[in-house]
Design a protein around this ligand. Structure first.
Ligand code: ZN
Length: 336
């Protein structure tokens, strides 16, 4: 079969990858839609230690099941999303209800597990999320991004806050701003990417370039969704005393052990003096579950389709990753 693979020298489409081997309580899934994520771009830049198949967003059809007759009847022929992260289920975090923080977690296309950019994928049955027939594939693929974005509204209530700012030229910033605007009309998104500003106008989200706003210490909440180019310094300057800074990262799912120590990657620096002087609360917000993301996109529906700015065939997967590195491309889709 074909797969998009990274081997630390290059990203290539390999046409001779062995089909995934069937394992107990696993399904073999034929990919029908793949989404690219900023982590895929980071992997292709050699920022992580991952080698092998990349990609962490996939919808596909279950072709076969290695399991009980009941499991085969339950899943064969179903259209599913594949959970990106597999956890150990046995460590203190997993047993304490904090499985997202499992130190042994394996992340598709990033750490300890092949990714999904391939014709076929093997996945444990307990990692499948069924996609209802009513949700189209181009909408359902946003379940991953929406699961990330909605967690912000789970860690802080936007309702009733005086002023709320979302920062960033990312799909994540746009989705977070949309979700928070529904709860608080004062929410504004600060960004400069034309595609995002256009979408904000369509969705009724207040949006302005960051260069046009003053640092007035008047915001109750600032959500920094700029990811690797985080704006923590101006974010703190915008916050009122005792305000709350929510920090997001596209790379939060990467276990620390899987970062490449030699990667030329810059991390944002927290302006400690200003944080302490103004008694700012800082919260890191990662992701909700894929099922929660799917539930949300089923309600949002075809509104999301204009966010798909480029489409590629799997055979042209290298160009797809290159396109995904351009912040002007909100969502890049790959079709096998
Ligand atoms: Zn664990």
């Amino acid at each position: 079969m074909r797969a998009l693979t990274f081997n630390h020298a290059a990203l290539t489409i390999d046409p001779r990858v062995a089909d995934p081997a069937p394992l107990g309580s696993h399904a073999i899934i034929r990919a029908t839609r793949l989404g690219l994520h900023p982590i895929d771009v980071a992997v292709a830049r050699g920022w992580t230690t991952h080698t092998g198949i990349i990609g962490r967003e996939c919808i596909g059809l279950v072709e076969s099941v290695t399991g009980t007759a009941e499991e085969a009847a339950r899943w064969t022929g179903k259209r599913v999303l594949l959970q990106t992260t597999l956890v150990c289920g046995a460590c203190t975090q997993c047993r304490g209800g904090n499985a997202a923080h499992c130190p042994e977690r394996r992340v598709a296309g990033v750490c300890g597990r092949d990714g999904f950019c391939a014709d076929r994928i093997a996945a444990p049955l307990n990692s499948l999320v069924e996609v209802p027939k009513s949700i189209g594939e181009d909408v359902a693929i946003f379940a991953y991004a929406m699961a990330d974005a909605v967690h912000t509204t789970q860690v802080i209530r936007a309702e009733g806050k005086t002023f709320v700012t979302v920062l960033g030229d990312t799909l994540d910033a746009l989705l977070v701003a949309r979700l928070m605007t529904a709860r608080n009309a004062t929410v504004r998104l600060l960004c400069q990417t034309p595609a995002i500003l256009t979408q904000c106008e369509k969705w009724g989200i207040r949006a302005r370039p960051m260069s046009e706003v003053g640092m007035r210490h008047d915001q109750s909440v600032v959500v920094d969704c700029a990811h690797e180019t985080a704006h923590l310094e101006p974010a703190v300057q915008m916050l009122r005393p005792k305000g709350t800074l929510i920090v997001r990262s596209a790379f939060a799912a990467v276990p620390p052990k899987c970062w490449n120590a030699d990667a030329k990657r810059t991390q944002a620096v927290i302006p400690t003096d200003a944080v302490v002087a103004n008694e700012i609360t800082i919260i890191g917000a990662r992701a909700a579950t894929l099922a929660e993301g799917l539930d949300l996109v089923s309600k949002t529906g075809t509104d999301l389709l204009p966010l798909i700015t480029r489409r590629f065939k799997l055979a042209d997967g290298v160009s797809a990753v290159r396109a995904a590195a351009d912040s002007g491309n909100l969502k890049v889709i790959v079709e096998p």
